[in-house]
Design a protein around this ligand. Sequence first.
Ligand code: AMP
Length: 414
Amino acid sequence: MADAKLKAPRGTFDVLPDDALKRRELHRRGWAVLGRAGYRPFETPVFEDTDVFKRGVGPSTDIVRKEMFTFEDQGGRSLTLRPEGTAPVCRAYAEHGMHKLPQPVRLWYWGPFFRHERAQAGRYRQFSQVGIEALGSDDPSLDAEAVLLLAELLEAAGVRGTTLKLSSLGTRESREAYLGELRLYLREHEGELSQDVRARLDQNPLRAFDADHQGTRAAMAGAPRLLDRISPEDAEHFAEVRALLDGASLAYVIDPTLVRGLDYYTRTVFEFESHKLGAQSGVGGGGRYDGLVEELGGPPTPGVGWAAGIERILLATESKFPGAPRPVYVAIDETGTRREAFGLLTALREAGVRSELEQAGRSLKGQLKHADRIAARGVFIVGEDIRWRNMDTSEQQPVAGVEEAVQIAVGLLA
Ligand code: AMP
């Protein structure tokens, strides 16, 4: 008996050609938006030393506690498949001394990320993100620019009707006093909270705002809000970000419960949601992370960035992505030879014509049917001589030879 059929691992998927074409097109549109804003492409390895995420993302976050694919290599080092892109970029900024470059350094990336999450529609264990990071300036215009660029990218990708949520988490220093106050409040309501929130009450009280648990949500409705407690400097920074977004006529809602799932955020945080996505409504989000580069061994450096999920963008898009351009087909009738047909095919491709050859032993009728299925613009039928059949008009004409055939096909492209 044959062995059991193998499948792609849970939470992963194959990108079949139709989808691969859409992803390429999205990449092209993304680059157009980010490139004209001065962002340059950047790549980091798919795995990093586990410490990059433990220190960067924070040991009490969901990501580090339960979602990382961590393994030991043959030399006994602990490595982790990257669950997010910001900590690796900050590691690279410090490693390559990028603080010596003109600031801010603007980078964008696109690639696979890995989280051991419960797999469902829109949530995978291997997914792809497009993201940007701007390092080396705490100017509020960089925050506003980042938000606008994500809005622009979503627009270019055909994702409409999103809601932009915005808040400020203040700086680490201005947050300390508030966290004490929040812990006190959570202790007073301990009986109403989920076990998970209770377990992290000391380490990570802000997580309570992110909980799905009913009782926790009810208790959090009356909790003190960080946004009301941030320092005057943080409030001024946030007001400026909002004024710039207002000036650009970008609509947003202030959501004081927006905390995001990573520890490194300071000041501005934001998220775009799409009602088209159901439970996994986040299309993309990010914020400022002043201090993260320092945390990873570099000089004190402010930074701001975001990431958006490619699969979620494609689930939410209303855009019709163009398919592959239509080919020309080279058919062979019973009087033609493979060598002649192959010669014509090569000449067409050399002239830049997208062309395909009959390679499955079909009858001429079968070949014309196939040409129709692949939406060919026309067919060269190679027999004793060559004939051209325009598939849109069904008209046929004799062709003098390979040279004229190429002229006809190139004429179609013009
Ligand atoms: P995050 O930094 O966790 O907010 O992730 C940024 C974006 O990546 C989200 O808004 C999603 O679009 C996407 N994303 C995050 N996790 C997953 C996942 N497990 N599967 C698919 N997309 C994801």
